[in-house]
Design a protein around this ligand. Sequence first.
Ligand SMILES: *[C@@H]1O[C@H](CO)[C@@H](O)[C@H](O)[C@H]1NC(C)=O
Ligand SMILES: *[C@@H]1O[C@H](CO)[C@@H](O)[C@H](O)[C@H]1NC(C)=O
Ligand SMILES: *[C@@H]1O[C@H](CO)[C@@H](O)[C@H](O)[C@H]1NC(C)=O
Ligand SMILES: *[C@@H]1O[C@H](CO)[C@@H](O)[C@H](O)[C@H]1NC(C)=O
Ligand SMILES: *[C@@H]1O[C@H](CO)[C@@H](O)[C@H](O)[C@H]1NC(C)=O
Ligand SMILES: *[C@@H]1O[C@H](CO)[C@@H](O)[C@H](O)[C@H]1NC(C)=O
Ligand SMILES: *[C@@H]1O[C@H](CO)[C@@H](O)[C@H](O)[C@H]1NC(C)=O
Length: 499
Amino acid sequence: MNNGTILSRLRVTLMVAICLMSFMQFFFLHLHGTDRDDLYPKYPRLDDPVSQASNKVTGLADSTPIQTRRLRLDYTNSRDAPLYTALTNSTNLTFCGSCPYNILITCSERVDELMDKYRLTRFDAQNELLANCGIDYLNEPYVLLHVGPHKTGTTSIQEFLYNSLESNSTSYLDEDNFAIPTYTQLPGWFKGHGAMLNFAHCMIKNYRGDGGRVSAGKCNELRQIFPKFLREAYNQSKNVLIVAEDLDRLEIDYVRTLYWLQPYRRIRVAVCYRRLHHWLPSFYNQIVKMYTPKYIRGDYPYPSFVEWIDEKYHHFKQVHSIQVANRYRSSNKFESVSMMNLHSEINLIEDFFCNYVPHANATCEFIKRKNATDERISNQGYNHDFERLATEAFRAGKLNHYHHAIANKMAKKLEALMPDARAYPKKCLNQTFLDELLQLEHDIEKTHFKEWYDGQGGEAGLKEDFENSKALYCSMNTEFIMNNGMFDRLFDELNKAKK
Ligand SMILES: *[C@@H]1O[C@H](CO)[C@@H](O)[C@H](O)[C@H]1NC(C)=O
Ligand SMILES: *[C@@H]1O[C@H](CO)[C@@H](O)[C@H](O)[C@H]1NC(C)=O
Ligand SMILES: *[C@@H]1O[C@H](CO)[C@@H](O)[C@H](O)[C@H]1NC(C)=O
Ligand SMILES: *[C@@H]1O[C@H](CO)[C@@H](O)[C@H](O)[C@H]1NC(C)=O
Ligand SMILES: *[C@@H]1O[C@H](CO)[C@@H](O)[C@H](O)[C@H]1NC(C)=O
Ligand SMILES: *[C@@H]1O[C@H](CO)[C@@H](O)[C@H](O)[C@H]1NC(C)=O
Ligand SMILES: *[C@@H]1O[C@H](CO)[C@@H](O)[C@H](O)[C@H]1NC(C)=O
């Protein structure tokens, strides 16, 4: 076979795939009546590259940069390289320009043409196209990726799934035809209920090099086991759920993600929205909690929320729901990207299974019967100001006997010694910033959740919620407190109490 033949075959394969995928978008749009934003399909099907690829990466030892390079070369050197390239360069896949019916029109235009020419309903026109494409889309199983972001209740959903598996009460999941990968099918750094995060971390472009927790070498384990799970699930026409908030990262390689989800070709995405003015403090709390030992050791200065925003707002805004959804959408590689609302009145898990996971009827009913308590507000985290003060006092030699294990306890004692626990010098975010934040939230909600936004009181409702959270936008001015010595007496008291 010469190159020309290979290329022309490839082109035909791609053309057909492109056409199918574009068509599916419209088919589903119509069938489920979801909003137009919801559907972003289109990538060609690849034939069994999983087994090849997983063979290729065997035998690599753990975690050196060289393996990262070798592993990445695997894609570009493999027999699938042209398809991998096509996936990477898939702007053209947005359209059905090369549909065999007429290379000049897209599949949606073809549907319009059929409706017009043969007086078909949209549904029939789509089915007509479907029949000619030879795919039974209604029975094609899907993978749903819940891509977070962080601090939007993904943990509760992971717990729900794994508690079901652990207690063998999977009848509803079975009935809904779900396959949930077990811990052993998702090996890696994250254990237990967090196992699905291993998948996400193996999709980070340069693995650890881009801040992932799992090295390229370690990902080989997952590459051995997980594709097997997927092939078996696919063979039984099961739908697969992956709930992994680290899929929110900028460095996620979407092409690799599709590649490792084969043989599935319907990949849907769900993102959860949380108001920035709740989400940012929550994210900050989680991060400083992880870094506490390093702050105590003096590896990094302990940032206040106000400082953190000043320095990192633009960075973190990029992993907020809206941006995450935009990235998945504009990649044009996923069948749909839908956005759920953490603030909706419906319990988070119920909302997810009843309104965002297709055909999850039994699971939805089970959750409704269970009348689960609402966990969506539970993970705000606590105010870290006193812990930050105690850490700085320790670093300045004003506080003795302080280390990570007792940091929170000491912070509480310090707070208890205060005559008025909220009356301390503060530094607040400026009004310009707050106004912009609020405006952004208005814009987001009016665009994406119009009905709910109006229902909760529109502009006034959001503003009230925003104002109620105002305390979050001021941090303790520890620099002033330390320089001024105003709490030195309290530090002494703590030091004495310890003796
Ligand atoms: C994708 O297309 C761009 C130009 O459109 C090209 O420069 C680039 O090399 C292509 N990437 C691959 C992986 O082929
Ligand atoms: C994308 O489509 C345009 C117009 O249809 C075409 O000229 C171009 O060659 C295509 N690019 C690729 C990489 O197929
Ligand atoms: C679930 O089933 C497995 C295998 O049948 C069994 O080992 C395990 O004890 C069961 N767990 C519970 C909580 O019933
Ligand atoms: C599942 O695998 C079996 C055995 O290889 C095969 O006969 C069957 O057609 C497959 N089913 C599907 C739905 O792929
Ligand atoms: C307001 O605060 C933001 C965020 O900390 C900062 O980037 C900006 O420079 C501040 N603007 C003014 C006018 O102080
Ligand atoms: C889901 O289950 C409920 C109650 O069992 C039933 O009324 C409803 O028709 C079912 N919906 C679908 C789509 O199967
Ligand atoms: C479900 O929860 C609601 C509100 O907490 C309560 O009013 C209702 O009685 C509960 N229903 C059941 C069946 O437990």
